[in-house]
Design a protein around this ligand. Structure first.
Ligand SMILES: [Cu+2]
Length: 180
């Protein structure tokens, strides 16, 4: 099974913290039913004292690649594949609509739907493999300017701010209380 419905999974925090990295708010945007590809976004902060490099993202699709978005002198925007992303100590790299993204290719009749979670693995040169899930979120938030500001919850968790904050935060609080 490539993706799981929300209700079928145990609650987990929407953030992954390792000794040297913080992976925050990994999400993918819902797609139209006929989409052949989808895009995922996340924020990676290197909290360690040495540089690291994101080499790849793995997920159960025919192809998963790292894409940057480039606009040429004629104003034509296109996606280019990048082979890796260096992250200096203290640096934060943000994947966001219109910029860097993870491209999932070969959806083949199985679109991303809100509430789904996409299991994936980040592969770093030094930190190794980090498993996490992209949460599929509605596309309208991206269009209206989804605010990715952060706030700290009473639980100590860090949450998204903006139009969906209440929903995400509720899920996180629920995750925290079920976990602990
Ligand atoms: Cu792309």
């Amino acid at each position: 099974m490539k993706r799981l419905a929300l209700a079928a999974l145990p609650a987990t925090a929407h953030e992954v913290i390792t000794d040297t990295l913080v992976i925050d708010h990994p999400y993918a945007l819902e797609t139209v039913a006929t989409a052949m590809s989808g895009a995922g976004y996340l924020t990676i902060t290197n909290t360690g004292s040495a540089a690291d490099r994101l080499l790849a993202v793995r997920a159960e699709f025919p192809r998963v690649t790292l894409h940057a978005t480039q606009t040429d002198a004629q104003g034509v925007t296109r996606m280019i594949q990048v082979e890796g992303i260096a992250i200096a100590p203290g640096e934060t790299v943000r994947f966001a609509p219109g910029g860097m993204h993870v491209m999932f290719m070969g959806l083949d009749g199985d679109p991303f739907e809100e509430g789904e979670r996409i299991p994936a693995t980040l592969v770093f040169e030094h930190a190794g493999e980090i498993a996490f899930e992209f949460w599929v979120e509605p596309r309208d938030d991206a269009i209206t300017g989804h605010d990715h500001g952060r706030l700290v919850l009473p639980t100590g968790d860090v949450a998204a701010d903006g139009p969906k904050a209440a929903r995400i935060n509720a899920a996180r609080i629920s995750a925290s209380s079920q976990a602990g």
